[in-house]
Design a protein around this ligand. Structure first.
Ligand code: SF4
Length: 698
């Protein structure tokens, strides 16, 4: 038996795991006591990773493709499958230009796989049409950091949990979505009962139930709440004027804006008592305050404003750059951070460079050894699938994600997939909703079968390791892309993609970070073998920087952090007489994304064995419904039939549907049959967290 240390492939907590393997099969998993993120603990999902890994059903084992849509996919060799894609790509690019090709990748790829996909799209094909399911997850957090602090860098760390005086959790059911971090919060509160916990969430989640103060705001009203808290801080002289004067800019505009957001006015908007807003403001300002936030802020048409309004509070009270005080976005996926670091999103560029900066493009072109890189922004997730539907994008390569379940407004997404000339799916599983649309299926290695690195929510890079070989002919993601690049353009492909192993890719990525805010030139696989490290970790450093901005200097050009003054805006789709209920979507404790992995572990259905719509008993009574009945949930875009359950965790007028079950598991196309594709104008992140719906007996 062998034991290999790696990282859990589910949430962005980034827990270290020890994978036990025997005769090429994963036989067990344990928490890695040496890993600082989890110190040996695992949640129910992490503790069953070996069961998901050992489940043979549904795995993609051999390449398959079809030459036209009237055929079925047939098994093929790697050379034939990749040459077929290369021929199609060349023909599409020759006829319609490089922007007729697009790549839709995943925050579950290793950083190395992300890096080669990014280089393939921009450096070889010549398009910025590379986006990722992280668009659905963290793009508002990225834009929020950049708007206020200058770069996409979470300033805090997990150790701030124990150092904080107040934990302010907004839009995150941490107990379910990041369970090991929540265990750490519970332990910190047991050790220090004076550690306050404030939770902002429309639902009384398990996280909210633990709070000293739960602000059950109406959906989408976070900005009004945060502005009102700043209003209180101003009235009670709880802001840090010396810090504001020395380290920030834009204060006057924000101060003038929040004067209108009295606690009473915000109470009316948010549906919470004004006195609770005052209490939250006092606890926040007293500090040290660590904010933890996730999709409730991000998946919104004003997601950037929400992120920035929360960061405003940290800047105004100097709750940043010191132990226990920071805004810290919780990453939904295990490596959304790594993808951001390599610039694997349509509007980002390598190592936090800017796509619209000619000097930055020239730097990357020089590093990669290409003449020039495309300057026009690529299509982001929703725009990309709309462009496929319109026929502007003709060839789409999807990797390690399941857009036929996870994107909003599924009817539109499925029209797009059906309209594409070529859909390539590179995935470990052959039975996802998206696989049904694939013309080419490329079998990829899964967790425990591949080497690389990932970065967790606190900027900590860790090694991911293979414990067993992938099944059948499946290959590592970076390896598939490298092979394809060499076939697409034999001369340039071989030169630009010279990699023999994941470490070669890491070493090249590392060099692109030299001199950047996320400089990791001091890291290597050998260094990471000694333990995960925070970035930045520049050459010559003995350790990474655990907390950023301790000196009050920000990477904004002026050196000052920027306050962001934007008024509250309501959700994109208002409720009305026909669609009178607010629908909220989200995670359950023991399921992950579309359940391509967790859906194979029977034990993980003990917590919730089926999707259920949670509704307040009053709303059930109004409709003469009882728990356990089937209901039809309709929005302006689609409908699902699902069991309903009474729940006092949701307020009257609201309902909640878990996101995990798709068309394979329920009547209809899952929660995203109902959600809308409206997105934030800056981050382009869709408002997956809210839709107006009606509910009636099925
Ligand atoms: Fe995996 Fe997240 Fe659970 Fe840790 S908390 S074991 S990273 S799912």
């Amino acid at each position: 038996m062998s034991v290999v240390s790696s990282v859990c492939c589910y949430c962005g907590t980034g827990c270290g795991v020890l994978i036990e393997a025997d005769a090429g099969v994963v036989t067990g998993v344990a928490g890695d006591p040496a890993h600082p993120a989890n110190r040996g603990r695992l949640c129910t999902k992490g503790a069953t990773l070996h069961l998901a890994a050992a489940a043979a059903s549904g795995r993609a084992r051999h390449p398959e493709f079809r030459r036209d849509r009237t055929s079925v996919r047939a098994r093929a060799g790697w050379a034939d499958a990749l040459d077929h894609i290369a021929e199609k790509f060349r023909s599409v690019v020759a006829e319609h230009g490089p922007d007729a090709v697009a790549f839709y990748v995943s925050g579950q790829l290793t950083t190395e796989a992300y890096y080669v996909f990014n280089k393939l799209a921009r450096g070889l094909v010549g398009t910025n049409n590379i986006d990722t399911n992280s668009r659905l997850c963290m793009s508002s957090a990225v834009a929020g950091y950049k708007a206020t602090l200058g770069v996409d860098a979470p300033p805090g760390c997990y150790d701030d949990i124990e150092a904080a005086g107040t934990l302010f959790i907004a839009g995150s059911n941490t107990a379910y979505a990041h369970p090991i971090l929540f265990r750490r919060i519970e332990a910190a509160r047991r050790a220090r009962p004076d550690l306050k916990l404030v939770v902002v969430d429309p639902r009384r989640t398990d996280t909210a139930a633990e709070a000293d103060l739960h602000l059950a705001i109406l959906p989408g009203t976070d900005v009004a709440l945060f502005h009102a808290m700043l209003n209180v801080m101003l009235w009670e002289d709880r802001v840090d004027r010396a810090y504001i004067d020395a380290h920030t800019e834009g204060w006057t505009a924000l101060r003038d804006l929040v004067r209108d957001y009295t606690p009473e006015k915000a109470a009316a908007i948010c549906g919470v008592p004004a006195a609770d807003i005052v209490t939250a403001a006092r606890w926040f300002a007293r500090g040290p305050t660590l904010s933890l936030y996730c999709q409730g802020l991000n998946q919104s048409t004003c997601g950037v404003d929400k992120n920035a309004a929360l960061i405003n509070l940290h800047l105004a009270t100097a709750q940043i750059g010191k132990p226990g005080a920071a805004p810290l976005s919780l990453t939904g996926q295990p490596n959304a951070m790594g993808g951001r670091e390599v610039g694997g999103m349509a509007n980002l560029f390598s190592a936090h460079r800017e796509l619209d900066n000619p000097e930055h493009r020239a730097e990357v072109a020089r590093l990669w050894g290409v003449d020039a890189l495309p300057g026009q922004p690529g299509k982001t997730a929703i725009e990309m699938f709309d462009a496929v539907r319109r026929g502007e994008i003709r060839a789409l390569w999807i990797a390690c994600t399941n857009p036929a379940q996870s994107l909003p407004d599924q009817a539109r997404v499925r029209e797009a997939l059906a309209a594409a000339e070529l859909v390539v799916l590179q995935d470990a599983y052959a039975d996802t909703e998206t696989a049904g649309f694939a013309d080419v299926l490329l079998p990829a290695a899964a967790w425990g079968e591949t080497d690389g690195t990932m970065t967790n929510s606190e900027r900590r890079i860790a090694r991911v390791r293979a414990a067993v070989p992938p099944p059948g002919e499946a290959r590592a993601d970076w390896e598939i892309v490298t092979d394809f690049a060499r076939r697409l353009d034999p001369e340039r492909g071989v030169r630009l993609f010279p990699y023999a192993c994941a470490e070669d890719v890491f070493d090249e990525h590392r060099e692109t970070t030299r001199g950047r805010d996320l400089d990791i030139t001091g890291l290597s696989y050998a260094r990471l073998d000694a333990g995960p490290q925070h970035w930045p970790f520049a050459e010559g450093a003995v350790e990474g920087r655990v907390r950023l901005y301790a000196d009050g200097v920000y990477p904004t050009g002026s050196g000052r952090a920027r306050f962001h003054a934007a008024p509250y805006r309501p959700v994109a789709e208002a409720i009305d007489a026909r669609f009178p209920l607010h629908l909220n979507t989200g995670r359950l404790r023991d399921a992950w994304h579309g359940m391509s992995r967790t859906g194979r572990v029977a034990r993980l259905f003990a917590h919730a064995d089926a999707p259920r719509l949670a509704m307040h008993p009053r709303d059930l009574a109004l409709r003469r419904l009882a728990s356990g009945e089937l209901v039809r949930v309709k929005s302006r875009r689609g409908e699902v039939v699902v069991e309903v359950e009474a729940s006092e965790a949701v307020r009257p007028g609201q309902c909640f549907l878990p996101m995990h079950w798709g068309a394979r598991f329920m009547s209809g196309l899952g929660a995203n049959a109902l959600t809308l594709p409206a997105f934030d104008a800056v981050s382009k992140q869709p408002e997956l967290k809210h839709a107006a719906v009606q509910v009636a007996r099925a």
